[in-house]
Design a protein around this ligand. Structure first.
Ligand code: AHR
Length: 321
């Protein structure tokens, strides 16, 4: 008799261990609050779609909020999820700083948090389960590697670089710069002569590059290193309007891998595209499932990425962004 009840308990325990997630009332599926930072690029839209699609495929209820690049709005969105008592919160943060209070409130309410894409800056690493996203520093390293390889055999005394960074106070802006600078430091001829801020948007990038070209008519540069495809599209328009042929007069290196930029790679206006992979949905939902079934998660989960240039242009997988 004792053996049978032990077996019964074991079966219950095993099934409980396999259950995917807590259900609030036994009727509804677990509710996931997903706070996205904006809609500034095709990349961002694909990132949102990937996560939402995978959550729905796995029968999670999704509460979605978009902060449209407003940090105060995003903090408010997360507070709304906490007051709704969701089962887990996914945050794709706009900025690195300013998250401690709201994350402490989530912790107090026993709501686990997963950070995706950009990082948050906090001294308390227990405020979130894991960060899932690209290695921004490796992306910068790959961009730098293309630049150093491209100019390795070219007989130039100096190689001047115009850098176009994204939104200040975000981890990709910092780490893509750090990774790039680390790699180009191997070639003493290479120097970042100017850094412009394009906020990851096409219009802002067009404005700052156009203004730069207008006010530096006698100053040329060899490389445009742009931290995102949307900014590159704005910069390409400004270059052409100022009679500079992108891809020919200057080498253009960009990050993301949107379909519209792969077309520019094919027609020679862009020389190198470092992929930033927005397709994270599977990784995010896998982490949620594992957490709900009692597994410990790695604190940092990287997404695989690659580099595209004329050397592998025929082998670029179909883009969905
Ligand atoms: O945080 C990732 C960056 O944000 C992407 O590279 C860019 O396109 C997006 O706006």
């Amino acid at each position: 008799m004792r053996k049978i009840s032990l077996l019964f308990l074991l079966i219950i325990f095993l099934f409980a261990g396999c259950s995917k997630a807590p259900t609030n009332d036994g009727v509804h599926n677990p509710v996931i609050g997903f706070s996205q930072s904006g809609t500034e690029s095709s990349w961002r839209k694909a990132h949102t779609k990937s996560i939402k699609t995978e959550l729905k495929k796995n029968d999670y209820e999704v509460l979605y909020r978009n902060a449209f690049m407003n940090q105060e709005q995003q903090l408010q969105d997360v507070r709304t999820f906490i007051s709704y008592k969701v089962d887990l919160i996914i945050i794709a943060p706009l900025q690195e700083a300013g998250w401690d209070n709201v994350l402490r409130a989530a912790k107090k309410a026993h709501i686990p948090v997963i950070i995706v894409d950009r990082h948050i800056d906090t001294a308390d690493q227990t405020l979130f389960l894991t960060h899932i996203g690209p290695s921004f520093k490796a992306e910068g390293n790959r961009a730098g590697l293309y630049a150093t390889n491209y100019f390795a055999e070219k007989k130039l005394d100096s190689i001047d670089i115009l850098e176009l960074v994204g939104l200040p106070g975000t981890s990709p802006s910092k780490l893509r710069h750090d990774g790039f600078r680390e790699t180009i430091s191997r070639d003493s001829r290479m120097k970042i002569t100017s850094t412009l801020v394009g906020n990851y948007t096409r219009n802002k990038a067009y404005d700052v590059v156009n203004k730069y070209l207008q006010t530096h008519k006698n100053k040329s540069f060899n490389i445009l290193y742009s931290h995102s495809d949307e900014m590159t599209l704005g910069a390409l328009s400004a270059l052409k309007e100022n009679h500079i042929k992108p891809g020919r007069n200057i080498v253009v290196i960009t990050i993301d891998g949107q379909e519209n930029i792969i077309k520019k790679l094919a027609n020679g206006e862009v020389n190198c595209v470092v992929e930033c992979n927005p397709d994270v949905g599977w990784y995010v939902v896998n982490a949620i499932n594992r957490h709900f079934s009692g597994h410990q998660l790695a604190h940092e989960i990287y997404i695989s990425e690659t580099t595209f240039s004329e050397s592998n242009i025929d082998k670029i997988p179909t883009r969905n962004y």
